[in-house]
Design a protein around this ligand. Structure first.
Ligand SMILES: NC(=O)C1=CN([C@@H]2O[C@H](COP(=O)(O)OP(=O)(O)OC[C@H]3O[C@@H](n4cnc5c(N)ncnc54)[C@H](O)[C@@H]3O)[C@@H](O)[C@H]2O)C=CC1
Ligand SMILES: O=C(O)/C=C/C=C(\O)C(=O)O
Length: 525
């Protein structure tokens, strides 16, 4: 960290709950040994007002700790507080008192601090990747990709704000108008468990860059890297209170945070049912900014031309990656594959053998995030068995009790013969499960793709340029990837249609979320 002190900054005090020792685990072996030797005796804490602290009602807290398990082994890793409403309010007040000063800092000052955050994350890339992989269940390789994106989130927005300009316009020669933007206030930033650091920083970086302050809450299932992030903010010189990170569940901590009238906006990523709950909780606060990025049950359309020999490998590879990356725990995953009838049999056969060879549990496929999530996926697969779907790969995994669970492992699963109205085909399973269905015409493909309450993403595999646009422009999806998947440029609008959300984030769209705009009219003469 560029300091000459003989004692590393992370090795100071707090050994009582051994939290700082987490920073010494910069290899997977050290982290694994650490977890074994501490046997779950690690207590994560909130980061409020620039300091790590336990929520103030700590006696009530102690009975309300949340256990966090390692998905690959089922072992207890740590506990975290379930922050209660009065302590949530402490964090909000901390963000509110930091707002007047932070919102007036220059863009250059904010940019320099956020740049420093990204550099510090880069320095600790491997440590963050290790803890993310342990805490979430994803492979270390996938975790590294996600830490890199977290680094980019800060570097992107640290420079984005430097280049913003406001243009003035003359209206009918009578008035000169211009838009004046200012930070919208204090935000609740709530993120899910599938890409913990990646998605939390996708919110924190623009929020701070545009001059807002925040109370962020990671998922109670995966709080580890959010916890570590507090130290990075301290070291980067983010002023106390600008970013507060509180730990806890959704119904107690999350609900108190979003519902507070002291919060000016909410940026949320997670399940659609939670998005609906947040809308309800904030319904009477009309001016509150809401950006909701919710679930998906995304279609992948495979046209016959995409199975021609020159592109066949790419088609199979993209469809497989879209289905199974991160164990299918990405809201953008293509979990409903539709294949043109003339190539259907070939596709199913080749897709299955490709997935069998490339997506191997414990190597390229991690464990799913929690026992609760394992159970959800298991129930859908049991339903598929009952409904006599064909399993080309995978099977319904056994029921597990937490005590005996040696990890939450679900094999990549490929299903055909799933009825159109089956919950397996309709619901967001959010695991390594894909269904494949044939179609005959382009019109039918579009109709099947759009036959969903969701509208987040779609993947179109074809070599026909006219079809790329014709079909692509009819798909009810906020994001359409053609012959590729998850290619991201951080300025493009990101978000979904229908029950997949409201609002867009990324570049200037994030600016819309985190700022308020007023139009000034000056007489022209
Ligand atoms: N990115 C996505 O699209 C995600 C989709 N999901 C879907 O949602 C399903 C349920 O997963 P959950 O773990 O329940 O995700 P969730 O949507 O409940 O969790 C996301 C975040 O919201 C918080 N939260 C929950 N209830 C809240 C409330 N009333 N007010 C404020 N914050 C609240 C949670 O603590 C967490 O930080 C998954 O099986 C999956 O299908 C889950 C996570 C991410
Ligand atoms: O921003 C991205 O590149 C990916 C985002 C993924 C989600 O929002 C998700 O899986 O929830």
């Amino acid at each position: 960290m560029g300091r000459e002190s003989p004692t590393p900054w992370y090795a100071r005090a707090c050994v009582a709950d051994r939290v700082d020792d987490l920073w010494t685990c910069d290899t997977l072996d050290k982290a694994t040994a650490f977890i074994k030797s501490h046997n779950g005796q690690i207590s994560l804490r909130n980061f409020v007002g620039g300091q790590y602290r336990s929520p103030r009602n700590s006696s009530a807290e102690s009975s309300q700790c949340i256990n966090s398990f390692e998905p690959k082994t089922g072992r207890l890793i740590c506990t975290l507080p379930c922050t209660q409403p009065d302590a949530v309010e402490d964090a909000i007040r901390s963000a509110r008192s930091a707002f007047p000063t932070w919102s007036k800092t220059t863009r250059a000052e904010r940019s320099a601090i956020l740049r420093r955050v990204s550099e510090l994350l880069q320095e600790h890339r491997e440590l963050f990747a290790i803890w993310e992989s342990i805490d979430q269940g994803k492979t270390l390789e996938r975790a590294r990709i996600e830490v890199d994106r977290a680094i980019s989130n800060f570097s992107y927005f640290s420079t984005f704000i430097l280049h913003e300009q406001t243009a003035a316009r003359m209206v009918d020669g009578v008035a000169l108008t211009y838009e004046h933007r200012s930070p919208a206030g204090v935000f609740a930033l709530i993120s899910p468990w599938n890409m913990p650091l990646y998605l939390l920083t996708w919110k924190i970086a623009p929020c701070l860059a545009f001059g807002c302050t925040a109370v962020a809450k990671p998922s109670e299932v995966t709080s580890m890297t959010a916890f570590l992030l507090g130290e990075i903010f301290q070291k980067a010189g983010v002023p106390p209170g600008v970013i507060n990170i509180i730990l806890g569940d959704g119904v107690t901590t999350g609900a108190a945070l979003v519902a507070s009238t002291l919060i000016n906006g909410v940026s949320f990523t997670g399940g659609t049912q939670t998005g609906i709950a947040i809308r309800r909780l904030t319904a009477h606060q009309i001016g509150k900014h809401l950006s909701l990025e919710l679930g998906g049950k995304n279609p992948t359309l495979v046209f016959a031309d995409s199975m021609e020999s020159s592109v066949r490998e790419r088609t199979i590879r993209v469809a497989a990656m879209a289905a199974f990356e991160n164990q299918g725990e990405i809201c953008l995953c293509g979990s409903r594959v539709y294949v043109e009838k003339s190539v259907y049999q070939d596709f199913v056969r080749e897709f299955t053998s490709y997935v069998k060879a490339k997506y191997i549990m414990g190597q390229t496929v991690g464990a799913v995030a929690s026992l609760q999530h394992y159970d959800k996926i298991r129930r859908y697969l049991e339903l598929a068995v009952e409904q006599k779907a064909t399993f080309h790969l995978g099977s319904a995994p056994p029921a597990l009790a937490q005590k005996e669970a040696q990890g939450y492992w679900v094999e990549p699963t490929i299903l055909t013969d799933v009825a159109k109205d089956s919950a397996v085909q309709i619901d967001e399973i959010f695991g390594p499960v894909v269904t494949i269905t044939p179609f005959e015409t382009e019109e039918e493909a579009v109709q099947l793709a759009n036959d969903s309450e969701y509208g987040l993403a779609a993947i179109l595999l074809t070599t026909n340029g006219a079809r790329m646009r014709r079909v692509g422009e009819q798909l009810e999806a906020g994001l359409v990837w053609i012959n590729c998947w998850l290619v991201r440029e951080l300025g493009t609008p990101f978000g979904g249609m229908k029950n997949s959300g409201t609002g867009r984030e990324g570049g200037e769209h994030s600016r819309d979320v985190f700022t308020v705009v007023r139009t000034l009219h000056l007489p022209a003469f």
